[in-house]
Write a protein of this length. Structure first.
Length: 343
């Protein structure tokens, strides 16, 4: 059993990380922004004793020394998984995303170095956004951990999407720079997922608060996208359950230290998601886009980039789920929340 600090415990990805940590026998303290969020997670895990699941309140991860108290534990932490970072495309100013992403990541590394000497591994959630070059011709390119997004600070202000891309790129670079310069007593591993799909397990009070990636499934299921399938944008996905496992394996496996992991299942398109929903849930077929309305969600005529997930498969040992399983289970998790009743 390893004592692990998990940040952002009520998030979509972190909720699955927590499930895996508990299932594999680890002891977890997870950070949340409020006691109400802690209470919701506790209710979702009845029967888990306080010595295996407890909480630390960190209201604002962008504040200096935000994690100083959270990283102190008795018994002491041996690992940290840092998932807490904003993911949305609604920022009016790039700093809305850049500051919490960069300060949160470097802040927790500093806090661990100063206050948690028994931590030997820190795992950080980055993104395909820190790998992908959106300004390059996509077709034919094979992306791997060797690639970095070339986005600049000036480009970060071009659009909310660029602000997100820059936040993930700059935060990850800052993390690697910190380790190189400070040479702390822990090793760093970074997980770089593309679009994350799959079932909801965290406490979701409203579909308006649904994670950005799964909103496309909600909109197809509800009929909101009947007249125009959403453009796919990112043509690679990973199931959130496989991603949760990848984070935990990056703690458990010694060989993961000092490495990035491009955690990818396969290609996908929103048109494919629509097709799967229609085949697996035919009662909702009349809500799905057809004909010209389906075209924005299809693959581009000139093809898309490829991927190499060898490192995640061979070092971490993750066996990635196919798209159909991910979509079916996501839909099943959204239906009890009324996703089919939205219009």
């Amino acid at each position: 059993m390893t004592r692990v600090l998990l940040t952002g415990g009520n998030g979509f990805i972190a909720a699955h990380v927590l499930e895996v940590l508990l299932a594999r026998g680890h002891s977890v303290v997870t950070t949340v922004r409020s006691q109400s969020k802690a209470n919701a997670i506790q209710l979702a895990h009845p029967g888990i004793a306080n010595d295996r699941l407890s909480f630390a309140i960190v209201e604002d991860i962008a504040q200096p020394n935000a994690f100083d108290q959270a990283v102190v534990s008795d018994p002491p932490f041996e690992a940290v998984i840092h998932t807490a970072s904003p993911y949305h495309f609604h920022a009016k100013d790039a700093q809305e995303l850049l500051a919490p992403a960069i300060m949160g990541t470097t802040g927790i590394l500093k806090s661990v170095q100063a206050n948690a000497p028994f931590v030997k591994r820190v795992v950080v959630t980055s993104s395909f956004a820190a790998i992908n070059d959106v300004y390059a011709s996509g077709a034919g390119k094979i992306y791997s951990e060797a690639d970095w997004s070339p986005i600049t600070e000036a480009q970060a202000n071009d659009s909310p999407a660029n602000a997100y891309r820059a936040s993930k790129t700059f935060a990850e670079r800052a993390a690697w720079d910190f380790v190189e310069k400070e040479k702390p007593g822990f090793t760093l591993a970074v997980i770089n997922p593309p679009l994350v799909l799959g079932p909801i397990v965290h406490n979701l009070t409203s579909l308006d608060a649904l994670n950005t990636s799964n909103q496309r499934i909600r909109d197809l299921l509800s009929g909101a996208a009947k007249n125009r399938c959403p453009p796919t944008g990112n043509y690679l996905f990973v199931d959130v359950r496989d991603l949760g496992l990848a984070h935990v394996l990056a703690v458990e496996k010694e060989a993961a230290g000092g490495k990035r992991f491009f955690a990818v299942s396969s290609h996908f398109s929103n048109a494919e998601i629509s097709k799967i929903i229609g085949e697996e849930f035919p009662e909702y077929s009349d809500r799905l886009p057809t004909g010209d309305a389906l075209k924005p969600g299809q693959y581009p005529a000139d093809g898309v980039y490829g991927f190499d997930n060898t490192r995640a498969r061979e070092i971490l040992g993750v066996q990635f789920r196919p798209l159909r399983e991910s979509i079916v289970d996501a839909v099943k998790s959204l239906l009890p929340l009324g996703a089919d009743k939205l219009q």
